[in-house]
Design a protein around this ligand. Structure first.
Ligand code: ATP
Ligand code: MG
Length: 570
């Protein structure tokens, strides 16, 4: 494509609203523009990068035996009622009524639609297995859309669904998808890890997420230094410690005027945060629930959500805590608390701890579980840390941030039973099909790749995802030899199937160089004064700035070689 005739609105300034590198650079490089919160237009180069991801995904899905189809984005509520998810999915599901008052929703995922298709079309064990996928726009009314393409409300996903006759066959389908995913993310040139994961609102029996390692990731992963255990911290179990055996001391109310935060209370009472227990209050589908964790710990909300069987849990703000408990924030404790109380298993092993006194300006000392307060349940509710041992082998864990780019689920028969998707087995008996589902965040991958590959000058695309493989600069628009050579190279490279952005604009060399760096195109060919002086052009590698001087007639061969190597190595 010719730069002079393309819509590539690069920006010099950093857009104020962008908090992370990929968001900033996608805007600055003119890849995306925001229409409204979490909804973006993909401009030509942005779309070109997305197409690169799609092509890799499509090739590997087809290779793994999956078949592409395309399902509707608008889905009737009736289907979602069959699985109970119309009510359970929560406000991320965008619901609306049409002119005939029929309730519908925009597809955030397609288990219901595909299961409906399969129950109509699959009759016998002979029709199985099947694996069907699509690459399509999804809509999720995310509460906090942010970071550009990372967490949109509208985004592009590849979703695949497998259907098998029995559990063993379904596990094999899962394994094949797992391997295909490793291949996809490797080919994309990403540094990633598969981790054990929570199944979330999709449900099912087990699942793995594929995480791109990056500091800006919204997910926390734990990775064992010794065995191959790796898990999302939402899923990673923390073992209960042995109960302390010190004698129970007499409970005591102490005045702590104005002392509300953990460090302040600890300093005032001369104790460590490990001797204090925090009482945190969450809203679980409209019910206020208190959670006890040690003073230096955090509640893992997904563990809490799973324990309570809630669709959604969210920490209450100060006022809501007061409304629910009658106690001002900072002084809440379990003794005499009026709302449902659940206890982290670490707290259940503690003796003689400090808690809020359930009265302004008071705390309690020597509080003990069972003797001093009732509770609904004890469970593993806290966020794992790198001081916790690996749940598998006990070795040291490291904690890392990651961006979830893919998620594979073994679903089992939950959807097929609810929607009566059955097939006849060899004996003529009806059985529910055994399902799996497999998602990839296609548009998110572009953002994740940029998080992992950028420098102070812009994006540094890995070759397989680069929207253009080569940027060709004409630095002598008024010089016939330079212009003719540049034009000829453009045609030659295009003729060989290379994706070339030809910068034929009437701009200063400096701004052409800046844009080339910003766009992150892996190879830059400059045709300028060196041609008229020494008969050479410059080939520069974006990744390390290394420059090769070569004769124009050798450029295409060299570039084809570099592209081929970059594609195989990734
Ligand atoms: P997350 O935990 O990040 O919200 P999820 O668990 O809801 O993701 P899945 O239902 O597993 O996501 O969807 C499959 C894939 O779609 C995810 O692995 C992710 O890469 C992508 N994805 C999910 N939500 C978004 C979003 N709001 N914007 C962009 N991509 C998304
Ligand atoms: Mg997920």
């Amino acid at each position: 494509m010719r730069f002079s005739r393309s819509l590539i609105p690069t920006l010099k300034e950093t857009p104020a609203e962008a908090e992370v590198a990929s968001h900033r650079l996608l805007l600055r490089a003119g890849f995306i523009r925001k229409l409204t919160a979490g909804i973006y237009t993909y401009l030509p180069l942005g779309l070109a990068a997305i197409r690169k991801v799609e092509n890799i995904v499509r090739e590997e899905m087809n290779r793994a035996g999956a078949q592409e189809l395309l399902m509707p984005m608008v889905q009737p509520a009736d289907l979602w009622h069959e699985t109970g998810r119309y009510d359970k999915y929560g406000p991320e599901l965008l619901r609306f009524v049409d002119r005939h008052d029929r309730e519908s929703c925009l597809g955030p995922t397609h288990e219901e639609v595909i299961t409906d298709l399969v129950r109509r079309e699959i009759r016998s064990y002979r029709d199985l297995p099947q694996n069907l996928y699509q690459i399509q726009t999804k809509f999720r009314d995310e509460i906090r859309p942010r970071f550009g393409l990372m967490r949109g409300r509208e985004f592009i996903m590849k979703d695949a669904y497998s259907f098998d006759a029995d559990d063993a066959a379904a596990n094999e389908s899962y394994r094949i998808m797992f391997e295909a995913y490793k291949q996809i993310f490797t080919r994309c040139g990403l540094d990633f890890r598969p981790v054990e994961a929570d199944s979330g609102s999709i449900g099912g029996s087990f699942s793995h997420e594929f995480m791109v390692l990056a500091d800006t990731g919204e997910d926390t992963l734990v990775i064992c230094s010794s065995c191959d255990y790796a898990a999302n911290s939402e899923k990673a179990a923390v073992a209960a410690p042995k109960p302390e055996d010190s004698p129970l001391l007499e409970i005591e109310k102490v005045e702590t005027p104005g002392k509300r935060k953990v460090p302040v209370v600890c300093e005032f009472l001369g104790i460590k945060p490990q001797e204090l227990v925090k009482t945190m209050v969450f809203d679980a589908d409209g019910e206020a629930v208190a959670v006890l964790v040690r003073g230096d710990r955090e509640v893992q909300e997904v563990k809490l959500k799973n324990l309570l069987g809630a669709a959604d849990v969210e920490m209450l703000d100060d006022k809501a805590v007061f409304d629910a408990t009658g106690v001002p924030i900072g002084y809440l404790g379990p003794v005499g608390i009026k709302i449902k109380l659940v206890v982290d298993n670490e707290v259940a092993a503690m003796r003689n701890f400090v808690t809020g006194g359930n009265e302004k300006n008071y705390h309690m000392k020597n509080v003990n579980i069972r003797r001093d307060f009732e509770f609904a349940e004890v469970a593993d509710l806290r966020q794992i840390t790198d001081s916790d041992p690996c749940p598998m082998c006990g070795a040291k864990l490291s904690v890392k941030e990651g961006i979830e780019v893919g998620h594979v689920f073994k679903l089992g028969t939950g959807y097929s039973t609810a929607m009566k998707a059955v097939f006849q087995d060899k004996d003529g008996k009806d059985n529910p099909v055994v399902m799996g589902c497999y998602g990839i965040g296609v548009s998110r991958i572009v953002a994740a790749a940029i998080e992992q590959n950028h420098d102070e000058n812009g994006i540094v695309f890995p070759m397989p995802l680069a929207p253009m493989q080569v940027v060709l600069l004409n630095l002598g628009l008024k010089d016939t030899q330079i212009t003719e050579t540049a034009e000829a190279l453009y045609k030659e490279l295009q003729g060989k199937g290379v994706d070339v952005l030809f910068d034929d604009r009437d701009e200063r060399p400096g701004s052409k160089f800046k844009d080339a760096d910003l766009l992150g195109i892996p190879l830059r060919v400059t045709v300028g004064k060196s041609l008229t002086k020494n008969g050479v052009v410059e080939l520069r590698h974006r990744i390390d700035g290394v420059v090769e001087e070569i004769q124009p007639e050798q450029v295409t061969v060299r570039i084809l070689h570099l592209i081929k190597t970059a594609m195989i190595n990734s």
